[in-house]
Design a protein around this ligand. Structure first.
Ligand code: NAD
Ligand code: ZN
Length: 348
C-alpha cells in the first residue's frame, strides 16, 4: 500500500510499504477514506519529538471503512464506516472507566513506532486498529465525513482545552494559537459560554478564521496582547489562557497573560524538560496549571450531539483537499503556512 512515511528531519516520503495484517483477534483493518496533517505531525516532522523509526506511516486523524475483522471483534463488520480517535483504548481499565481514554494502560498512539514497537499511522491506504471494539465508533447519522474526521482529534482536543479552563460566561479568555486545534479551542470556549474571547496568533488568515467563529483576534506582530487583555480586565489579566501552540514562547506568554488565581490550560505538545515559568512564579500568582493529551475517544462520544446540531461550522477551516500522493507538498505548506493552509484533507 501507499503511505506518507517519516525519514528524518523534514523528510516525508510517499512510498509503498507492506499492507497491515490482522495480528490479534481484536484487530480490524481499515481502508482509509480521509486523513489529514496535524500540528502534532509537525513536531515529529521537525524532530522536536524524537525517537520515531524511519519508515513509520505518519498520521493519527483518519476515518475509513472496515475491510477485515479479527475473530474476536463483536461490534463491527466489513463495510462499516468508522471514525478512529488518535489513540487506542481497551474500554475496561481504570483510566478508560474514568474517561481518561488517552491514558489507557494498553493504549497506543497511531503513527508512532519506536524501536520496532508501536502502530503505523493513518496517512496510508490501510491501517491496523487494535482493540477495535472499544477504540472505533461508527460514523453516526447527520455527521459528514469531514466532521467525523474532526472528531478524531482536533474538535475533542479544542473542547477539552476549554473544559480544563473552567469557563464562566462573565470571564475573559485568551487562546494562544489559531491553528486547527486553536480554532477548535475557540469554538469549544464559545460552546462553553465564553463571551469575551481573544484569539492570538501572528498569521493573518488564521486570525480571520478565529474572528469568523466570534473571537476577537489579536495579531502578535502588530499589538501587545498583554496590553489589550489588561485593558479589558481592569489590569487583572485573563481568567484562563489556552496554550494551543506547544512552544516555550507561547507557554511563557500564557503565564504573562493569566490573572492571579487564573488557569493555564495547555494542549500544545511539549517535549522540552525545562519550564517556561518557575514554581515560585506560579506560587506568587496562585496559578492553576492543567496540561495533557486529550482523551479523544471519551470526547468523541460526548461531542456527537453537538456536531449533529451544526451550531458551529467547524469544517469551515478546511483550506485544501488533495490526493494523499501530494502529501509531501501538504506537509510543506501546512508547516510554512503558505497558500492559506489551515486544515488540509488528504484522500488516499
Ligand atoms: P499548528 O502548528 O497548525 O498551529 C499553531 C499555531 O500557533 C500557528 O498558527 C502559529 O502561527 C501559532 N503560534 C506560534 N507561536 C505562537 C505564539 N507565541 N502565540 C500565539 N500563537 C502562536 O498546530 P495545530 O494543529 O493547531 O496544533 C496546535 C498544538 O496542539 C500543537 O502543539 C499540537 O501538537 C497540539 N495538539 C495536542 C493534542 C492533545 O491531545 N493535547 C492534540 C492535537 C494537537
Ligand atoms: Zn492531531
Amino acid at each position: 500500500m501507499q503511505a506518507l512515511t517519516f525519514h528524518g528531519k523534514e523528510k516525508i516520503e510517499y512510498e509503498s510499504i507492506d499492507d497491515p495484517q490482522i495480528e490479534s483477534p481484536d484487530d480490524v483493518i481499515l481502508r482509509v477514506i480521509l486523513t489529514t496533517v496535524c500540528g502534532s505531525d509537525l513536531h515529529v516532522y521537525h524532530e522536536r519529538e524524537k525517537g520515531l523509526d524511519h519508515g513509520t506511516a505518519m498520521g493519527h486523524e483518519f476515518i475509513g471503512e472496515i475491510v477485515e475483522t479479527g475473530k474476536a471483534v463483536r461490534s463491527f463488520e466489513k463495510g462499516d464506516r468508522v471514525m478512529c480517535p488518535f489513540t487506542t483504548n481497551c474500554g475496561e481499565c481504570f483510566y478508560c472507566r474514568i474517561g481518561l481514554t488517552c491514558r489507557c494502560v494498553r493504549g497506543q498512539l497511531f503513527g508512532w513506532i519506536q524501536d520496532g514497537n508501536g502502530l503505523h499511522g493513518g496517512q496510508a491506504e490501510l491501517v491496523r486498529i487494535p482493540m477495535a471494539d472499544s477504540t472505533l465508533m461508527r460514523i453516526p447519522e447527520g455527521i459528514s465525513d469531514e466532521e467525523a474526521l474532526f472528531l478524531c482529534d482536533i474538535f475533542p482536543t479544542g473542547y477539552f482545552c476549554a473544559d480544563m479552563a473552567g469557563i464562566e460566561p462573565s470571564g475573559t479568555y485568551a487562546v494562544l494559537g489559531c491553528g486547527p486545534v486553536g480554532l477548535m479551542a475557540a469554538v469549544g470556549a464559545i460552546a462553553h459560554g465564553a463571551k469575551n474571547l481573544y484569539s492570538i496568533d501572528r498569521v493573518p488568515y488564521r486570525l480571520e478564521l478565529a474572528a469568523a467563529f466570534g473571537a476577537t483576534p489579536i495579531d502578535l506582530s502588530r499589538s501587545d496582547p498583554a496590553e489589550v487583555i489588561r485593558e479589558a480586565t481592569d489590569g487583572r489579566g485573563a481568567d484562563a489562557v489556552f496554550e494551543v501552540v506547544g512552544s516555550e514562547e507561547a507557554a511563557r506568554l500564557a503565564f504573562v497573560l493569566v490573572r492571579p488565581g487564573g488557569v493555564i490550560s495547555t494542549v500544545g505538545v511539549h517535549s522540552k524538560e525545562s519550564y517556561s515559568f518557575s514554581l515560585g512564579e506560579g506560587y506568587d500568582r496562585n496559578i492553576t496549571f492543567r496540561i495533557g493529551r486529550c482523551p479523544a475517544r471519551h470526547y468523541m462520544e460526548r461531542l456527537i450531539p453537538l456536531v449533529q446540531k451544526k451550531t458551529y461550522d467547524i469544517t469551515s477551516i478546511v483550506s485544501h483537499r488533495m490526493p494523499m500522493s501530494e502529501g509531501v507538498h501538504a506537509y510543506r505548506i501546512f508547516d510554512k503556512k503558505q497558500d492559506k493552509a489551515s486544515k488540509i484533507l488528504l484522500e488516499p
